[in-house]
Design a binder for this molecule. Structure first.
Ligand SMILES: *Cc1c(COP(=O)(O)O)cnc(C)c1O
Length: 454
């Protein structure tokens, strides 16, 4: 299978697309064609998760030998307490299920993608004998999920920048209490944007980043999207969906990566699936699906911080499919966005009958946590609460639960009186925080990286 850039200027095999991350022309890699997976459906019924993952990913990763791909998948999901059911489905009523995606090592759905990505990087390091070091900025979940995906990989250093004092204490502990000599938390005096800008500047210095074998950790790697398709597929196989009996996935959304993965299945022949893009007050994507206008502004902090995003990077992939692979139109739209700060698709064109969108402010997040606890005796974290508040009566729905409630104990206990806990987070509270605090200055960060690698 070949992977092409959404902007038409780069082509790669699966492994190359994974290692490069971003396409050479600034676009995102997408599979050149999508397989029709209906033909496999009967064979895939009842398969354990890792088998299903292998059968699905092998359609795309045809440049990786079977035994190596199986090895990567098995190791990736062995990090979950129950590797054959890493994404348990909880029934709240006949019409309402919750797909729990928070049982991985960092208790957020990003583990599904980053555990696999870590294994794919590890394979590349072994086969090419090239080192890979990870550099990224995080406002919370991505950094810790990336670190935990790389922990078992040989000699791969992880440099993770985050704003000092501005991420949740437990999130910092997930980054700074790993005990690994290869993990380097850099707490920057500044905002998340400052941290992100430093990372961009470092990658802008091609000589430095290649001398240090730096690879970006970000939300746009194609392997992340494909890994996320699998849990949707697993549910469609379990619950069935057809035009006569449709199923709506309600997805807490920020960068549009999670919901995009599910939506791609509809482009692979699966019928009867619908999607609700549930955002917090940062409603750029949900506004687009309601009005046709995509207009990113300033990030507004919310109770659901992992969705405090205005530039939904994966949206460009959706555009590419929406334009039926016409990369000229994608380029035009992205140029307009850069020049004018927004773009508009006419309403009928943006109006997509299988995607709807909602947004949820902080008061609504609290009300949603309270209601779902009172009515269903279920504790939802603030991200998942955005999805619960979007569920419609009498529509067969699956809410994707993207973080464990124990990651957000303050808000949940203020609303429900319950204080959710998780043993892995309790253990972190007794470990030393190891981090380097530094000014938001690119040269200081570069020097810190160079000192560690030399
Ligand atoms: C990253 C994240 C999201 C948003 O997912 P996207 O793929 O960026 O839309 C939602 N909830 C949690 C807990 C997350 O960590």
């Amino acid at each position: 299978m070949r992977f092409t850039s959404t902007r038409g200027g780069d082509i790669a095999t699966f492994n190359d697309a994974v290692i490069k991350g971003l396409a050479g022309d600034g676009g995102l890699f997408v599979p050149e064609t999508l397989p029709d997976i209906r033909t496999y459906f009967r064979r895939w019924q009842g398969l354990p998760y890792t088998e299903l993952a292998y059968s699905f990913l092998a359609l795309f990763a045809d440049d990786i030998p079977e035994n190596e791909l199986r090895y990567c998948i098995e190791n990736a999901y062995s990090a979950f307490p129950n590797p054959e059911t890493p994404s348990p489905l909880v029934k709240l009523s006949d019409d309402l299920h919750v797909l729990e995606l928070f049982h991985g090592p960092t208790l957020a759905f990003k583990d599904f993608a980053l555990q696999l990505l870590g294994q794919l990087y590890g394979r590349h390091i072994r086969n090419s004998r090239h080192s890979i070091n990870i550099l990224g900025a995080t406002s919370g979940d991505t950094g810790s999920a990336a670190i935990h995906g790389m922990l078992k990989q040989p000699n791969a250093h992880c440099f993770i920048l985050y704003p000092e004092g501005r991420i949740a204490e437990l999130q910092e502990r997930q980054i700074a209490c790993t005990g690994s000599a290869f993990v380097h938390p850099f707490a920057i005096h500044g905002s998340f944007d400052d941290a992100q800008n430093i990372v961009k500047q470092i990658f802008g210095d091609a000589a430095f980043s290649s001398a240090c074998s730096l690879t970006a950790v970000n939300s746009i790697n194609i392997a992340r999207i494909l890994a996320q398709c699998i849990y949707y597929l697993d549910i469609v196989l379990k619950l069935d969906a057809s035009e006569a009996n449709p199923l709506e996935f309600v997805v807490p959304s920020g960068n549009f990566g999670n919901v995009l993965a599910g939506w791609m299945l509809s482009r692979m022949g699966i019928e009867g699936i619908r999607f609700c893009v549930a955002t917090n007050v940062n409603a750029v994507v949900s506004d687009f699906f309601s009005t046709g206008e995509y207009c990113p502004g300033k990030v507004i902090p919310s109770y659901a911080p992992s969705m405090d995003i205005q530039q939904a990077s994966n949206f460009e992939r959706w555009l590419w499919w929406h334009f039926n692979g016409d990369s000229v139109r994608v380029r035009d739209v992205m140029t307009t966005l850069r020049r004018e700060g927004k773009f508009v698709l006419n309403k009928t064109s943006a109006n997509n009958d299988i995607i709807r969108a909602t947004s949820c402010n902080d008061a609504e997040i609290k009300a949603s946590i309270e209601r779902i606890w009172r009515e269903k005796n279920y504790l939802a974290d603030p991200h998942t609460a955005c999805a619960f508040s979007a569920v419609r009566e009498n529509v067969r729905s699956v809410v994707l639960a993207t973080a464990h409630p124990a990651k957000f104990p303050e808000i949940i206990s203020s609303v429900t009186g319950e204080c959710p806990e998780h043993h892995s987070l309790e253990a972190l509270k007794h470990r030393a925080v190891v981090k380097q605090v530094m000014p938001a200055d690119v040269e200081t960060v570069k020097k810190a990286i160079a000192d560690i690698l030399n």
